[in-house]
Design a protein around this ligand. Structure first.
Ligand code: SAM
Length: 324
């Protein structure tokens, strides 16, 4: 009898893997460590994207744990439904996270993650209309709802567009830029990425090395308006606080200063004991309104290694709070 080949150890299944070509999850080790404290709990991934964070959360859950995944993007939802089809712990819903109260009961969540903004896939896919690539039609919708960027821009006057640029991306040159953009629209230039780029290029007094960052902020401002991102963050975080159970943890990743400010201000309201108007001489609210405490005193930042590996992680800030 010939020598038998050594028996191979069966591969240990680590469950379905997310496709990291779609989006590389940011600060996943830190998030899982901070948020997944109960392997039998129910967790919310409010922004599933490529499913990278969801996969990491599921690795830490036992058979009785659960994951509710949301995303407003049809493509992201379809991919995640396929990726996690054989995992009975996962429930996926296409919805804006401002509607999360419809999908889970008050005080039911052991943890909730909001990884804000757009995915790499959304940015890179020219047909989604988020990218600066020449000739990209301006769409920028994360989901199928509402008007595309081009339709919004053509309905704005100079004041409305300047307000969007200032409010959503702190663009100092908002007024001059709005005038350039709308003059080009008026001339009948195609409403695509070239129109915005040319308007930024024509702006005098901007150093050449600042033009790209200005262009990125103009795109960011319009995208945020198209998707009502600030309204979504405020409503979503408020709903999540109510849905978290005592001791449950909320992790929020933001990627730019305006977004981070909204996160910070929304969460700060839940840290206050007293919610009386500041001009009241005595407290009448009972001073028992505190719902959150900071787990990380300062926002967490990605390691240098992660920044090198994933340029899109560079500006990330992680805030972690616990329901009290
Ligand atoms: C930064 S990506 C998330 C990436 C994900 N954590 C991963 O590991 O692949 C953000 C995702 O959130 C989704 N999104 C943004 N705002 C949303 C909202 N208000 N409601 C639901 N999904 C939203 C986007 O469609 C996008 O897929």
């Amino acid at each position: 009898m010939g020598k038998q080949a050594p028996r191979r150890k069966p591969a240990i299944s680590r469950g379905p893997r997310a496709d990291h070509g779609y989006h590389l999850p940011v600060m996943a080790d830190e998030i899982v460590e901070q948020m997944v404290t109960d392997p039998h709990g129910l967790y919310l991934d409010a922004t599933m994207g490529g499913g990278g964070h969801s996969a990491r959360i599921l690795e830490k859950l036992g058979p009785h744990g659960g994951l509710l995944g949301l995303d407003r993007d049809m493509e992201a939802v379809a991919r995640n439904q396929a990726t996690f089809a054989n995992d009975p712990r996962v429930r996926i819903q296409r919805a804006e996270f401002s509607r999360l109260a419809e999908f889970c009961a008050p005080e039911s969540l052991a943890g909730a993650l909001f990884d804000l903004g757009v995915s790499s896939r959304q940015l890179d896919a020219k047909e989604r209309g988020f990218s600066f690539t020449p000739g990209t039609a301006l769409d920028m919708r994360m989901g199928p709802e509402g008007p595309a960027a081009a339709d919004l821009i053509s309905g704005w006057d100079e004041y409305a567009l300047a307000t969007v640029l200032r409010r959503n991306a702190d663009v100092v040159e908002a007024k001059r830029l709005a005038r350039n953009i709308l003059a080009a629209v008026e001339r009948g230039d195609g409403l695509n990425s070239d129109l915005i780029r040319k308007a930024v290029e024509k702006l005098p007094g901007i150093r050449d090395d600042n033009r790209n960052s200005l262009l990125a902020r103009v795109f960011q401002a319009i995208r945020m308006e198209v998707n009502d991102e600030m309204g979504q963050v405020e409503k979503g975080l408020r709903a999540a606080v109510v849905r978290l159970r005592k001791g449950g943890r909320l992790c929020v990743l933001s990627y730019h200063s305006v977004e981070d400010r909204m996160v910070k201000e929304t969460l700060a309201e839940f840290e206050k004991e007293c919610i009386c108007a500041q001009n009241l001489p005595v407290c009448t609210c009972g001073s028992n309104h505190r719902r959150l405490r900071k787990v990380l005193r300062k926002p967490g930042l990605p390691t240098d290694a992660e920044r090198d590996r994933n340029p899109r992680a560079r500006s990330a800030k992680l805030r972690v709070m616990e329901k009290v």
